[in-house]
Write a protein that binds this ligand. Structure first.
Ligand SMILES: [Zn+2]
Ligand SMILES: [Zn+2]
Length: 359
C-alpha cells in the first residue's frame, strides 16, 4: 500500500494508502520521484472541473520504471523517465492526424492522468500506452529541471509554436502565471524581438522580467492595449497569447493585435466567450485565433528535455516550494491561495522504505 492523493468531491481530498498498481498490456508502472500541482488540479478540487470520486489526481510526473507490462519494449527497470501530462495512444485517427492531445477523437481525449484514470500525485503511477509516452531522462539532468516540462512548459511554449511566432515578432502575453511565463520563454526561443507581459500581481511581473519578458504592464494602473500600441509604435503585436481564460483578457489580446495578427489562446474558459465585432474588424481583418492543449508524448518530452540539457531554458526558478507527498494538502492550500509568492510546488514522495528498490 502506498501514499496517494484521492479526490472525493468539492474541497474534499485525502492522502490515503492505495494498492500499488500493476501494469496491463502496453502499460508501465513507474515509481514517482517528483510531481507537482497544476492550476487544473485546483479547479478539480474546487469542483469546477468534474472528475469521478475516488480518483487519484495530478498529471505531471518524473519517476523510475518499476514494472513493465506485456508488449512493452525498450525500457528497463530503474530507467529514469519523464511522462507528459497528455498521454496519447499514438495510433488513433487524431494522433495520426497530428492532434494527439485530442486522442481518441474526443475533446481533451489525450488528457488521462487525474482526469479519466488515476494520476501522478502518488508514489506509483500506471502509464498507459507506455511506448508512446515514457521519455528517458538524459544523464546529468535532474528531476527538478524536467518536471515542469510535463505540462506547463509544454503548454506555454506551444502558444508560441501554434501562434507561429517569427523572428523579430512582437508578442504580448496576458497573465504571467507559470504558463504565461513559459509562453514568454517560448516566444523568445522562437525569436521574438519584444515580449510584453501583462499581470496585476507585482510579484509575478517581477519574475516575468527574469523569465522572458522585456516589458511588463500592470493592468490595474494602465490600459494594456494602449501601452502595447505605444510600445509597438502604433502597430500592435504580431502574436498575442492568452494564458488566463477570461473574456477580458481574450478581448484585450484581440485588440492589441496588428491586422492579420494571431491570437494564440491557452486559457481554459468557463463562461461564454464573445468576439467583439469592432475588435475583430467585422470579421475581415485577417485575424487568426488558434488554441492549443498541452502537447504530450515521448518525442515532445525528448525535445523539451534537449532544451534543458543544452541550457536553452531553466525552469527551476518556478519551483518555489517543496512538500512531501504526505503533506500535499498543505501544498494545495498554499498553491491555490497563492501565498508566499508561490509559482509551482515540488512534491516529493516521503522517504523510501526498506526494500523499495526490490519492490
Ligand atoms: Zn495541468
Ligand atoms: Zn490517439
Amino acid at each position: 500500500m502506498r501514499t496517494a492523493l484521492v479526490f472525493y468531491g468539492k474541497n474534499d481530498i485525502e492522502v490515503e494508502n492505495k494498492p500499488v498498481p500493476r501494469p496491463g498490456p502496453g502499460e508501465v508502472v513507474i515509481r514517482v520521484t517528483l510531481t507537482t500541482i497544476c492550476g487544473t488540479d485546483v479547479h478539480i478540487v474546487k469542483g469546477e472541473y468534474p472528475v469521478r470520486s475516488g480518483l487519484i489526481i495530478g498529471h505531471e510526473a518524473v519517476g523510475t520504471v518499476h514494472e513493465i507490462g506485456a508488449g512493452v519494449s525498450g525500457y528497463d527497470i530503474g530507467d529514469r523517465v519523464l511522462v507528459g501530462a497528455i498521454t496519447p495512444c499514438g495510433q488513433c485517427n487524431s494522433c495520426l492526424n497530428g492532434n494527439s492531445s485530442q486522442c481518441g477523437g474526443v475533446p481533451l481525449g489525450g488528457w488521462r492522468f487525474g482526469n479519466t484514470i488515476n494520476g501522478a500525485q502518488a508514489e506509483f503511477l500506471c502509464v498507459p500506452f507506455a511506448t508512446a509516452n515514457l521519455a528517458k531522462i538524459p544523464d546529468g539532468v535532474r528531476d527538478e529541471e524536467v518536471v515542469l516540462l510535463a505540462d506547463i512548459a509544454s503548454t506555454g511554449f506551444s502558444a508560441a509554436e501554434t501562434g507561429e511566432v517569427k523572428l523579430g515578432d512582437a508578442v504580448a502575453v496576458f497573465a504571467q502565471g507559470p504558463i504565461g511565463l513559459c509562453a514568454n520563454l517560448g516566444a523568445k526561443l522562437r525569436g521574438a524581438s519584444l515580449v510584453i507581459g501583462v499581470d496585476a500581481d507585482p510579484g509575478r511581473r517581477e519574475v516575468a522580467l527574469r523569465m522572458g519578458a522585456d516589458f511588463v504592464i500592470d493592468p490595474g494602473i494602465a490600459q494594456p492595449v494602449d501601452v502595447i500600441k505605444r510600445l509597438t509604435n502604433g502597430r500592435g503585436v504580431d502574436v498575442a497569447i492568452e494564458a488566463l481564460g477570461r473574456q477580458e483578457t481574450f478581448e484585450e489580446a484581440l485588440r492589441c493585435l496588428r491586422p492579420g495578427g494571431t491570437l494564440s489562446s491557452l486559457g481554459v474558459y468557463s463562461e461564454e466567450l464573445r468576439i467583439p465585432v469592432d475588435a475583430f474588424a467585422a470579421g475581415i481583418g485577417d485575424y487568426k485565433i488558434v488554441t492549443t492543449l498541452c502537447p504530450g508524448g515521448k518525442e515532445r518530452m525528448r525535445r523539451l528535455m534537449e532544451l534543458v540539457r543544452n541550457k536553452r531554458i531553466d525552469l527551476t526558478p518556478l519551483l518555489t516550494h517543496t512538500f512531501t507527498l504526505s503533506r500535499i494538502k498543505e501544498a494545495y492550500d498554499l498553491f491555490s491561495n497563492r501565498r508566499e509568492g508561490v509559482l509551482k510546488v515540488a512534491i516529493r514522495p516521503d522517504q523510501m522504505k526498506p526494500g523499495d528498490e526490490q519492490r
